[in-house]
Write a new protein. Structure first.
Length: 158
């Protein structure tokens, strides 16, 4: 078994769509980034890459590369899974937490789980997503950003 951890944070800005876990969430702001800035998927990619000993998301999908401008992070996750698989690993499960003061994410949790499970080809019950606030503290608490943390467990393919 191999375990990896990933973390990502992006600033909230007006004029962008908010996408978390591959789900478009109605909100007055979205996350600023080169891609769609999906913090949950970015944290998951880093966790998977870390567990496989493949570095981090910035190596493969740099924000200086025009081909990744406004790309869906789900597409980055597909490519990440291909890299993990080519190293001889399968994904066992993931556990994640999204840190946001607003919007409330519970209504979107199941859709996020289904998106991720389908993309990484595991059962939905092996994808855990939690959400919490920072009780008004820091840049997340003041509504300036959203962050996510993810842990992934890989096993060697048979």
């Amino acid at each position: 078994m191999r375990i990896g951890i990933g973390y990502d944070i992006h600033r909230l800005v007006p004029g962008r769509q908010l996408v978390i876990g591959g789900v478009a969430i109605p909100f007055e702001k979205g996350l600023l980034g080169h891609s769609d800035a999906d913090v949950l998927i970015h944290a998951l990619c880093d966790a998977l890459l870390g567990a496989a000993g493949l570095g981090d998301i910035g190596i493969y999908f740099p924000d200086t590369d025009k081909q990744f401008k406004d790309i869906s992070s789900i597409k980055l996750l597909v490519k990440t899974c291909e890299m993990v698989s080519s190293k001889g690993f399968t994904i066992s499960n993931i556990d994640s937490t999204v840190f946001a003061e607003a919007p409330k994410l519970l209504p979107y949790r199941k859709a996020m789980q289904k998106n991720i499970a389908k993309t990484i080809k595991i059962e939905v019950d092996r994808v855990n997503i939690k959400a919490t606030t920072t009780e008004g503290l820091g840049i997340i608490g003041t509504g300036e950003g959203i962050a996510a943390m993810c842990i992934a467990m890989l096993k060697e393919s048979a």
